[in-house]
Design a protein. Structure first.
Length: 368
């Protein structure tokens, strides 16, 4: 039996590579003769660069940047020939800012732009490939653009800091100082536009600490930015609302091209080729929910497996999809969590539970 493992990370618990290793342990307990191939995936969020780095020969590069709250620290990106692989979360991510330090009006993406500039000026890259999940900011990508030479000015022509607090009074944007940019390809893990009920503010700002009474003001700031930059078309692109509007900023200020992160990773890793060689495909992620169906890796794996006529199973830490929502997508679903444990207990016992569920899946395969 040929089994393909193509899971995403279990966010905050296991990397996609670690998930593959634990699944393999469980499967081999029951099916020791099975031929198991690992092809970890990512969708543009955390772990995106690690997955691609395995497929491309390269080196890690460190650089000094500022985190989303303006504090200096060291970030890294991967250099593969003349291509730089980056995650915005490495420089401007929520994981670098403790809850008590988060401020949606001060957070920005300056560090992401600094990381881009380092690759451009120190390594003359011809392409930047960037994942833009895991943000803590809502600046429309203005911090990133400022690091690359853009200036944001009020009606008196005074230069503004690229934070939502100051951008609320932005009257013009000067791009004359923007450095020469290479091709920029952006991997998104969501398909939200910039504005509206499904946009950056309404969907994601509350997760970053914005109060209900602040949402209208944040939306107004981004709407103002769209008007000033004549960016209406860019604001509608699927993924423009990703990472607090960084997707929009990369399109509008850097002429970047956005692509669903899973599609990009699947192409680079030759995932479809591996699926076609398998008898069954096993995917997984930390939480299987409604967002899984909108650009997330496991759904992408399942659709490719269906296209190839292969059976697909998914193992998730927590399952919040209704049976009707997952019908026709996954042949079988295994959940680590159950009513005998608290959520914290499931997370703490994740390693043994993942091995156990993988073994259960193997037993089910053997009985079928």
């Amino acid at each position: 039996m040929n089994i393909l493992l193509a899971p995403d990370k279990f966010k905050g618990t296991f990397s996609a590579n670690e998930v593959c290793q634990l699944m393999r342990q469980g499967l081999k307990k029951v099916l020791p003769q099975a031929h198991i191939t690992s092809c970890p995936i990512a969708d543009g969020g955390d772990g995106f660069v690690d997955v691609l780095f395995q497929q491309l020969a390269g080196q890690w590069v460190e650089c000094e940047v500022h985190d989303a709250m303006g504090r200096p620290f060291c970030a890294r990106y991967a250099l593969c020939g003349d291509i730089a692989l980056m995650e915005m979360s490495e420089a401007s991510g929520i994981r670098h800012v403790p809850v008590e330090a988060r401020n949606i009006w001060q957070a920005n993406t300056l560090g992401t732009g600094e990381m881009m500039r380092h690759a451009i000026e120190n390594h003359q890259v011809r392409r930047i490939v960037m994942g833009i999940g895991g943000s803590v900011s809502n600046d429309g990508g203005c911090g990133m653009a400022a690091a690359l030479g853009a200036k944001f000015l009020n009606k008196e022509g005074v230069r503004l800091d690229p934070t939502p607090r100051e951008l609320a009074s932005c009257a013009q944007v000067d791009l004359s100082g923007l450095i020469e940019l290479p091709e920029i390809l952006v991997a998104c893990d969501v398909d939200n536009p910039l504005l509206g009920n499904k946009g950056a503010v309404r969907v994601y700002a509350p997760q970053k600490g914005a109060g209900t009474d602040e949402l209208a003001k944040l939306e107004s700031m981004l709407s103002r930015l769209v008007a000033i930059t004549e960016g209406h078309e860019a604001s509608l692109v699927a993924g423009a609302g990703a990472a607090g509007g960084l997707g929009f900023g990369l399109i509008q200020f850097c002429s970047a091209r956005l692509q669903p992160g899973f599609e990009l990773v699947a192409e680079e890793t030759g995932l479809m080729r591996e699926i076609e060689k398998s008898d069954i495909v096993i995917t997984g992620e930390g939480k299987l929910d409604a967002q899984t169906l909108h650009g997330k890796g496991p759904a992408g794996v399942a659709r490719l497996a269906q296209k190839a006529g292969k059976q697909v199973a998914v193992i998730a830490g927590f399952v919040e999809l209704l049976p009707s929502e997952s019908t026709g997508l996954f042949d079988c679903i295994y959940e680590l969590h159950d009513t005998t444990r608290t959520m914290e207990e499931t997370i703490r016992g994740g390693e043994s539970l993942l091995i156990e569920k993988s073994a259960q899946l193997a037993r089910d395969l053997g009985a079928s």
